[in-house]
Design a protein around this ligand. Structure first.
Ligand code: SF4
Length: 208
């Protein structure tokens, strides 16, 4: 937890890219320091910027529903973004901003050591699967740098396109099945005897 707090402190004093100029709060991330599952979105929106916490707007409520649909909650996972400051008017983060912020995400991954990283949407997807499209590779895991990476649609996609919602729910069921297979092969192991207790001993990073 001290490591995550240190990373969050460094983020709060970061001026490495132009997004620092327009932010209200930095949004380092939230969840368990021992989470086995880490979600990585694109960047904070208006509500996140105001509150300093990730996924607290409508897309966040949908993410909560999706987690509940596979019997998980925010306390079981860690949620963060590619960039920790809000792009103005919710525009896409620029490549140089993603690059400038990536050491923080690297440090969070190294600190938490999740078993599964879940990029949400195409920007996060590109970090691990450059040049590929979310529609083609969603809900398919790969093993990259000692971590499973399983991309999913960003929850906001289900808000913009209601027809995608059932697909997104279905993809979360595939995630649940994959997590279950890891339990079976003992990778979500005796330290974490069930998904719902995957982070039982983890302290919560609840900043701001
Ligand atoms: S987005 Fe990342 S790199 Fe840019 S100012 Fe914020 S913390 Fe620093």
């Amino acid at each position: 937890m001290a490591q995550l707090e240190s990373i969050a402190n460094n983020i709060s004093s970061c001026f490495a890219c132009a997004l620092s100029k327009s932010r209200t709060n930095t949004v380092p991330g939230q969840g368990s320091s021992k989470a086995k599952i880490m979600f990585v979105g694109e960047g904070p929106g208006f509500n996140e910027d105001q509150k300093g916490r990730p996924f607290v707007g409508q897309a966040g409520h949908f993410l909560d529903d999706l987690l509940a649909s596979i019997e998980l909650s925010r306390e079981d996972v860690f949620i963060t973004n590619l960039v920790k400051c809000r792009p103005p008017n919710n525009r896409d983060p620029y490549p140089d901003e993603i690059k400038a912020c990536s050491p923080f995400l690297d440090a969070q991954i190294q600190s938490i050591k999740p078993l599964v990283v879940i990029p949400l949407g195409r920007h996060a997807l590109n970090r691990w699967f450059p040049g590929e499209t979310i529609g083609k590779v969603r809900a398919q895991e790969r093993f990259i740098d000692d971590t499973y990476v399983l991309p999913l649609y960003h929850p906001a996609a289900g808000l913009h396109n209601g027809g995608l919602r059932s697909t997104i729910y279905s993809d979360f069921q595939k995630l649940k099945t994959f997590l279950g297979s890891l339990e079976t092969t003992n990778e979500l192991s005796e330290e974490n005897p069930s998904l719902s207790k995957a982070t039982e001993d983890g302290e919560q990073l609840n900043l701001f």
